[in-house]
Design a protein around this ligand. Structure first.
Ligand SMILES: C[S@@+](CC[C@H](N)C(=O)[O-])C[C@H]1O[C@@H](n2cnc3c(N)ncnc32)[C@H](O)[C@@H]1O
Length: 257
């Protein structure tokens, strides 16, 4: 099984909380637009991490039963403590059947860590009730005016590719063949401030990169130090120019009713 590349510890949790504060509002708006008359009792968030997407999904759908699935025990413990109204289940998403049948399923920033992403989506469709909707949010690409950020992305993309997955999985998903109707496939541009992006990148550079074999063999120690110092400087600068654009692929699939 491919391991989740980024941390599942306290630093990973803070990083995902900050990421949620930027990406959740637009994701919730998109889900609401597509739900209009959809009956919705059960919702499931696949790869829920510490639960910030689960909470967004609960609020966007109004479902009375909401599940978060993940295979990282520490994230699940944090999610259950922070969001006691939802049910969190430890499950490897590559294993079918999933332990829930849902009216709405949401998955964000997970397929970039798994092999055979299109096939995985087709398998997850079987966890939808008839007429149910599956929402996928992944990244097509990120454009940045900051050179060191580009270097950061190239290194992460290589690290993830070395594990058999694709950081920029959005375009592959957009071209995928699905066993259900594609209700929507759009690319949303999300602008992110320089210091904010740096706060997301620094924990990975300071922890995950330190032990990752791909990074160890592709970055010299001087290059590593230069990248870490420059990202730390941007984080501390509070430079709020939005010079980074996340091109987010949003796909909605409907299981036949
Ligand atoms: C980048 S985080 C995204 C968390 C959340 N969806 C969000 O956007 O904040 C990816 C999550 O997928 C989980 N994950 C990765 N591979 C998994 C697998 N095979 N089974 C279950 N969860 C997995 C990780 O543990 C992590 O919590």
């Amino acid at each position: 099984m491919v391991k989740y590349t980024f941390g599942t510890d306290d630093a990973g949790r803070s990083r995902l909380e900050s990421i949620a504060s930027v990406f959740n509002p637009l994701a919730a708006q998109f889900i609401r637009q597509h739900l209009s008359d959809q009956p919705c009792a059960v919702a499931a968030d696949l790869g829920c991490g510490p639960g910030f997407t689960t909470d967004m999904l609960a609020q966007a759908t109004g479902c009375s039963r909401v599940y978060g699935l993940d295979n990282a025990p520490y994230f699940l413990q944090m999610a259950a403590a922070h969001f006691p109204a939802y049910t969190f289940i430890q499950h490897d998403l590559t294993q079918i059947p999933l332990p829930v049948q849902a009216d709405v399923i949401y998955v964000r920033f997970v397929l970039s860590h798994l092999p055979d992403a299109v096939q995985m989506v087709n398998r997850w469709l079987t966890a939808l009730k008839p007429g149910g909707l599956l929402f996928v949010d992944e990244t097509d690409s990120v454009e940045s005016k900051i050179d060191v950020f580009q270097r950061y992305f190239d290194t992460n993309a290589g690290m993830i590719a070395a594990q058999g997955a694709n950081l920029w999985i959005g375009e592959t998903l957009a071209a995928g063949q699905y066993e259900s109707e594609v209700v929507a496939s759009v690319c949303d541009r999300v602008l992110v401030a320089n210091f904010q992006a740096a706060t997301w990148f620094l924990p990975n550079v300071e922890t995950v990169w330190q032990t990752d074999p791909y990074v160890q063999s592709h970055l010299s120690s001087q290059e590593y130090q230069r990248i870490a110092a420059e990202i730390a400087r941007i984080k501390a600068s509070e430079d709020d120019r939005q010079e980074n654009t996340w091109n987010i692929r949003r796909i909605v699939l409907r299981r036949e009713g």
